[in-house]
Structures are given as C-alpha cells and as structure tokens.
Design a protein around this ligand. Structure first.
Ligand code: MRU
Length: 379
C-alpha cells in the first residue's frame, strides 16, 4: 500500500544484500517512518516480541524469513546437525508471540520443506528463502481475495442505504501493516473505497499498545479513507445510535469451530454488536485457523505482556517520542493481549475462499482439505 504515494510492503528481502530482511519498524509510527534491517534470528525474535512487526500475517511472514536467516546462521557457524538447529530456532521464534498461530504455521511450513534435505546446508538455504518468499507473496494474494469477498458485504449495505456512507467499526490494526499488504479487515474497506463507495471507519484506539490510534488511523489516512479514532469504550454508544453499519475485525487464531482470538476488547465489541443487531464479521486467511482447537475460549493460549505497556503511554512531544507514566507508580496492572469471541456472536467469516458462517460446518465447507471437523465427528 502507499506511504506518501510510494508502494510498500511490510517485509522484504533487501535488494542489494539478500542476506538481510527489511521491515517497517512499526514502533515509530505514526510519527516516523523507519525501516529496520534484520540480520539474525535473534533480530527477528526481538522484532516479534517487542512489536517492531505485529499482526497475524506479517508475524507469519517474519517467521518464514526468520527461518531463512537461521539457515544462513547454521552455515556461518558450521552447524553439524542442521535440522536440530533449525528446530531450536523455530521454537525460539514461536515462543515470542503465543497467540498468533501464523507464527507456528510458518515455522512448521519451513521445517516440513527442509526435512527431506538432511544436512545439505546450501539446499536448505535455497529452500528456506524460496518458502519465505512464497509465504509473504501468498499473504498478499490471500488478503486481496478477502477484499474481493468482503467488498460484496459493504456494497450490499451501500445499496440498501442508497449510496449513503457505510460506517464500519474496526478494532486493533488488521490492516496492511498487520499483514504483508492489503490487510485482512481493511482489505474490503480499501476495495470499497477504490471502487467509489462512500465509506467511513470508526477506529478503536486499542489500548494498551494503541494499534488502532497509531497504525490503522495512519494507514487509512495514507490511502485517503475517511476515518475517526474513538476511545475503546465508545463503540457501544455508536451502535445504540445507528452510527455503525458493520463491524469487521481480524483474527490471530480461529478454532475450526469458529471461535476467534483477536486483540483484547474484540469480545466486548461483538457483545455490543449482538445486542444492537449489527453484523459482526471476522476477516482472516486460512493460515489463521487452528485446525486442532475445538473450543477457542478454553484452548487458545492468550499472550500476557508486560504490565509496563498498561502503566505507561507513548506519544510525540517537542519532536521526540516520549513515554510517560499514566497510573500511580505502585499500582499493579495486567496486560492480556487477546480475548476470544465465541462463534455464536459472529455473523460470518470473510476468508480468502469466500464468506461462511462461523460454524464447524461452514468452515469445513470452504476448507474441506484442511478442516478436521468431519474426521473429528466420525470418531
Ligand atoms: O498484538 P498485535 O498487534 O499483533 O495484534 C494484532 C491483532 O489483533 C490484529 O487484529 C490481527 O492480527 C488481525 S489480522 C492482521
């Protein structure tokens, strides 16, 4: 997508130095646009843990490239048992963000691809580079498909409102910054905007890391999409007053039964949407499904982050990014990164293969090759 009129993705191989991965370092947005070089697996692990990159799609793509850097390290360090080394590096990457299933999905995809190559390090380097590129490119295409399917929902509302503005509420950043390009929840919005529909986005600020206020607002602004940032607790009021036509959020892990883990606070928006009869959709690629989990609330691991992220807040002051203490210094705080919205509160899933109900049958219909639903139910 565009940054000051120039097309960018969130992650790429450095043009003149193909042993280096480049990312947009999202910690500095919206105030500064900073590109960071990643040279080692540790660089990638830190970038993931400390949210230089974040969001399901780009977390997966970073893990893919992280495994490529791991294979370069195996060669540089003359590792004798390459497969074991790669498994250890994969485990290190997976430990950084436990909720986003794209991370382990990408690591496993790399490990499966190199498994037949034994300790042939040059073949492994070539393969991990190829697979990392494929994961990133696939994410771009899958998100584009989500946009095409989700566009139809926005178009139907626009038609019903006789071309009047469609008001969409979103939570966190499920935009192109959270993916490689296009975004999941934002992809239908970008399609609608490009194709001339009148849209306006209510952007939840998304405490404590403020991905909505900092990132979604910035990327929508860069593409010229009308939007308004709102505190996280405003959505219910807007819904009660007919100011929200549809809610679209992303997902970090979705059970094969349709329960959705997404940024903390998503569940409360789903409850408010249900109470006000407002359609609540989740946009996700197939890589965000966990085909082993049947009960999202009980089984999806929820990341807990440093309480410091709740107690301190960052912003721009006199040209410098500054952090200030918000709470009494000694008050304890907790920081759950995600919550789970049960399938019963979800109107539908906007996927790369089409829109389906958030039910085991609906998901299995779109993904008969991946869903374990029919197998599980025969047992
Ligand atoms: O903690 P984050 O910023 O990685 O959380 C991201 C989200 O919850 C997004 O909504 C999600 O990844 C949607 S799909 C890009």
């Amino acid at each position: 997508m565009d940054v000051n009129g120039k097309a960018f993705r969130t992650i790429w191989l450095k043009a003149d130095e193909p042993t280096v991965i480049q990312i947009i370092d999202q910690r500095h947005l919206p105030h500064r646009f900073v590109i960071e070089d990643l040279r080692t697996v540790d660089d990638v692990a830190i970038a993931l843990k400390e949210m230089h990159v974040r969001g399901a799609g780009v977390i997966g793509a970073s893990a893919g490239y992280g495994m490529y850097l791991a294979s370069l390290e195996a060669k540089a360090q003359d590792k004798f048992e390459v497969q074991g080394f790669l498994r250890a590096m994969g485990a290190k990457l997976c430990a950084t963000r436990p909720t986003a299933v794209n991370l382990e999905w990408a690591v496993n995809r790399q490990l499966e691809a190199v498994a037949p190559l034994g300790n042939d390090i040059d073949a492994i380097i070539a393969k991990t580079l190829e697979v990392a590129g494929a994961i990133a490119l696939e994410d771009v295409q899958l998100c584009k498909s989500i946009g095409e399917h989700g566009f139809e929902l926005i178009k139907a509302i626009s038609d019903k409102k006789q071309g009047d503005t469609v008001n969409i509420l979103t939570h966190c950043n499920a935009g192109w910054l959270g993916c490689v390009d296009n975004g999941t929840a934002t992809s239908p919005i970008y399609q609608a905007h490009r194709r001339g529909l009148k849209v306006h986005v209510w952007v939840d600020e998304t405490r404590p890391r403020n991905q909505g206020a900092r990132l979604t607002a910035w990327e929508l602004g860069q593409q010229g999409v009308p939007h308004t940032v709102i505190p996280d607790n405003v959505g219910g009021h807007l819904m009660q007053h007919g100011m929200v036509d549809i809610v679209i959020v992303g997902s970090d892990r979705t059970s094969y039964t349709g329960d959705v883990a997404n940024k903390i606070g998503t569940y409360l928006k789903a409850l408010a949407a249900k109470d006000n009869n407002i359609p609540f959709y989740v946009a996700l690629t197939y890589s965000a499904f966990d085909w082993t989990i049947s009960d999202g609330v009980k089984q999806i691991p929820i990341e807990q982050r440093d309480a410091r992220e709740v107690k301190y807040i960052k912003g721009l002051k006199d040209g410098e990014i500054t952090e200030v203490l918000l709470t009494p210094e000694n008050s304890p705080a907790v920081n759950y990164g995600f919550d789970v919205t049960p399938a019963r509160l979800i109107t539908g899933l906007i996927t790369d293969r089409g829109i389906c109900p958030a039910t085991p049958e609906g998901i299995a219909n779109l993904y008969p090759d991946l869903s374990r639903f029919s197998i599980v139910n025969q047992n």
